[in-house]
Design a protein around this ligand. Structure first.
Ligand code: NAD
Ligand code: DAU
Length: 340
C-alpha cells in the first residue's frame, strides 16, 4: 500500500484518520475525496494542509467518472471509505441522500476497485446495523437488524461490500464502530451539540426519558482500530470497534453540564426520536483476540479534553451554527422545544 484514498476525509472521523495517517505514515500518500456536504469541513484538515503526503479532491463517491479519474491520477492502491450521510435524525426527515451515498456511493467505489484492480477496500460501518439490544453484546456474525433509514442504508452498503468480496474476490474489510466522540465533531450529534448549546446557556433537548444507552469510543481509538484492520484484517472479514464504555444519555448530559459548571435546569425532555434504539452494545472479543486492539483512552479524561476543545475553539463551531444549520435546528427542535 502506498497511495490511499480516504473518502469522507473532511468529516469528523475521516479527518481524524487523515491527520493520524499523514503523521504516522510519511511514506504513504493520503488523498482525500470529499463532496463537502454540510458536514464536510476543510477546517478539519488545516493541521495537514501543507504536508507533502496529503492531497485534497472535491467530489462525490457516487460519481463513477470522478472516482475512476481520481484513482487513476493518484495511482490509488487502497480505499478507506468514511464518506456517508451520518445523522439519524436527518435520515428520518429525508432519507434520499442516505441511499445515494451510503448505498450507491459504496457500490461505485467497489466497482472502481474491481475495474482498476485496486488492492484493498476498507469500509467504515457502524454498530447501528445490528439494531438495539437489551442485554449482552452483538458479535460480528449476529444478524443485521437496522431500525432507522440511516442504519438501513449503512447495512445496504455493507452487504454490497460483502457481495463484491464473495463474487469478485476483492480484498475487503469492514469495521463497525460504536458512538464516537472528540474534537471536530459536527455540532448536530449529542455531545458536540449539547456542549456548544450549554456554553451559550441554551436548552438541551433530551429525547424521551434520556435513559437510552450508547457505547462511547474516543475518536483516536477508533482511528487506531481502523489502521490495524486496514493493515492486518483478513479479506472479507468484519470487526467490531466498541468503546466498552456504556452510558445513558442523561448521564452524559449531566457530565457535560458539570464540566462546564452549568445548571441541570438547561435540560428539556422533548418528544422522542421515532424508532429510537434503546441500547447499542458490541463485543470487541474478535479484534482483541486477533490484534490485541482495545480502546485505551480513559473516558473521563477524553470527555473533559473534548469539552475543553469546544470551549477553546469557538472559531470552529460558531461559523457552522448559521445558515442551513439554523434551518435544520428549527425543523428538528422548534416544535419539540415549544412543547417541552
Ligand atoms: P460526518 O458526517 O462528520 O462526515 C461525513 C463526511 O462524508 C463529510 O465530510 C461529507 O462531506 C462526506 N460525504 C458525504 N457524502 C459524500 C459523498 N457522496 N461523496 C463524498 N463525500 C461525501 O460523519 P462521521 O461521523 O465522521 O462518520 C464517518 C463514517 O463513520 C460514516 O461512514 C459513519 O457511518 C461511520 N460511523 C460514525 C460514527 C459516529 O459516532 N460518528 C460511529 C460509527 C461509524
Ligand atoms: O452508534 C454509532 C452511530 O452513532 C453512528 O453510526 C452515527 O453516525 C452517529 O450519528 C451516532 O448515532 P446516534 O443516533 O447514536 O447519535 P446521536 O449523537 O444522534 O445521538 C446519541 C443519543 O442521544 C441517541 O440516543 C439520541 C440522543 N439525542 C441526540 C440528539 C442529537 C438526544 O437525546 N437529543 C439530541 O438532540
Amino acid at each position: 500500500m502506498k497511495n490511499i484514498l480516504v473518502t469522507g476525509g473532511a468529516g469528523f472521523i475521516g479527518s481524524a484518520f487523515v491527520r493520524y495517517m499523514v503523521e504516522k505514515y510519511p511514506q504513504y500518500t493520503i488523498v482525500v475525496l470529499d463532496k463537502l456536504t454540510y458536514a464536510g469541513n476543510l477546517d478539519n484538515l488545516l493541521p495537514v494542509k501543507d504536508k507533502p503526503n496529503y492531497h485534497f479532491e472535491r467530489g462525490d463517491i457516487a460519481d463513477a467518472e470522478a472516482v475512476e479519474r481520481i484513482c487513476q491520477e493518484h495511482n490509488i492502491d487502497a480505499i478507506v471509505n468514511f464518506a456517508a450521510e451520518s445523522h439519524v435524525d436527518r435520515s428520518i426527515m429525508n432519507p434520499n441522500a442516505f441511499l445515494q451515498t451510503d448505498v450507491v456511493g459504496v457500490y461505485v467505489l467497489l466497482e472502481a476497485c474491481r475495474k482498476l484492480g485496486i488492492e484493498r477496500f476498507h469500509h467504515i460501518s457502524t454498530d447501528e446495523v445490528y439494531g438495539s439490544i437489551d442485554e449482552g453484546h452483538f458479535k460480528e456474525d449476529d444478524p443485521l437488524s437496522p431500525n432507522n433509514p440511516y442504519s438501513a442504508s449503512k447495512a445496504g452498503g455493507e452487504l454490497m461490500v460483502r457481495a463484491y468480496h464473495v463474487t469478485h474476490g476483492l480484498h475487503t474489510t469492514i469495521t463497525r464502530g460504536s458512538n464516537t466522540f472528540g474534537p471536530y465533531h459536527y455540532p448536530e450529534k449529542l455531545i458536540p451539540f449539547f456542549v456548544t448549546e450549554a456554553i451559550d446557556d441554551r436548552p438541551l433537548p433530551l429525547y424521551g426519558d434520556g435513559t437510552q444507552v450508547r457505547d462511547w469510543l474516543y475518536v483516536e481509538d477508533h482511528c487506531r482500530g481502523v489502521d490495524i484492520v486496514l493493515h492486518q484484517g483478513a479479506p472479507g472479514e468484519v470487526y467490531n470497534l466498541g468503546g466498552e464504555n456504556e452510558h445513558q444519555n442523561i448521564e452524559i448530559t449531566h457530565r457535560i453540564l458539570d464540566i462546564l459548571g452549568k445548571p441541570r435546569s438547561l435540560i428539556k425532555h422533548v418528544e422522542d426520536r421515532p424508532g429510537h434504539d434503546r441500547r447499542y452494545a458490541i463485543s470487541n472479543d474478535k479484534l482483541r483476540a486477533h490484534f490485541n486492539w482495545s480502546p485505551d483512552t480513559p473516558f473521563e479524561t477524553a470527555l473533559e479534553q473534548t469539552v475543553r476543545w469546544y470551549v477553546e475553539n469557538e472559531w470552529w463551531w460558531r461559523k457552522i451554527k448559521s445558515g442551513e444549520y439554523l434551518e435544520y435546528y428549527k425543523k428538528q427542535y422548534g416544535e419539540r422545544l415549544a412543547n417541552a
